[in-house]
Design a protein around this ligand. Sequence first.
Ligand SMILES: *Cc1c(COP(=O)(O)O)cnc(C)c1O
Length: 399
Amino acid sequence: MPGFEFFGEEERKEVNEVLETGILMRYGFDGPRKGIWKSKELEQAICNTFGTQYAQLTSSGTAALTTAMAALGVGAGDEVIMPAFTFVASFEAILSMGAVPVLVDIDETLTLAPAAVKAAITSRTKCIMPVHMCGSMADLDALKAICDEHNLILLEDACQSIGGTYKGKALGTIGHAGTFSFDFVKTITCGEGGVVMTNNQDVYTKADAFTDHGHDHLGVDRGADLHPMLGYNFRISELHAAVGLAQIRKLDTFLAIQKKNNHILRTYMEQVPGISFRVVPDPAGDSASFLSWFLPSKEKMETAIEALKAAGIFAGNFYWFANNWHYIKKWDHLKNVNSLYPLNEAQQTALKKLQTTSFEASDAIMARCVSTAISLTWTEEQVHAKGAQFLKVLKEALS
Ligand SMILES: *Cc1c(COP(=O)(O)O)cnc(C)c1O
């Protein structure tokens, strides 16, 4: 799954080119940087690799989501529909815009259930944010149709699904905008970083300015730039972009390994009694960074996890239902509005309502689900050995 497993000479070479000039910033210093523009080069590589017209790098995936919403005009009082299963960054970005996160149930795609999205739409809904969790995708045709019908923005959080596709198009390039994270545990990493992708020039121009204090970037003298709008500092550094540049060149290799390892593991897991797998709307587009599987009941899954732990082979497996960071059940800081600074009233009301909202439909899915992370470092032999061991332990535990 994560690119850090393949960190090496290529990354060092790119970083050293930046260190040799000493120009660690992505803008300005045209003379002393001697033609080294790693951030620009990475943005171009992202456009070429994923087939998007515009790419704006940011300091993180969270900053990318924030920037995308700002550029799309999502702000105070606007409701953004998001899934109850995601990383905390999704609601952090919404809250930072002054907007209201509306959490809804997931289905066996492990992200937004289209029917739950429909039921959550109000006159204040502005944006729908599917999160392509664990390497695979949302039912984008269904969600797009809902957006079209209600004139809503589709913003894809593709932070976990770099290299995945839906009907031939890269995840993150299908909505009005989409984001990747390049944090340390993502499919390709910059150490820290993120990107906003869009095919809309206006959205891109706004994202470009927003991430750099509102700079219009039209002149050659940074100090003389105009600031047509308010912005923040969500810039990536040249050092981080340099790492990403080496990583993106390895993406095809990463994906090929993931797909091969995932496929081998699955041939063993398929033989586990009662097992089923995550619904993938376009199986050919699964980036294969995880194999997510279900057992028929919560009790059976708990038995299985105990057995895997006892056998010492649960590491690298994620039972999200009991996880502090990825599922509504443990987000007490959100439900209790433990904010360091006052949130606006619409936000506070919406968050407190979560204390009594039922996520029964999601619970019924998440309590039966484990995602197995696919390592890039496993040899073919090791995957076969792992699969056989998993199968043996699970068969015994579930018989
Ligand atoms: C990692 C991640 C993010 C944010 O990424 P950072 O770069 O760590 O800020 C956002 N959404 C999801 C689903 C993620 O997994």
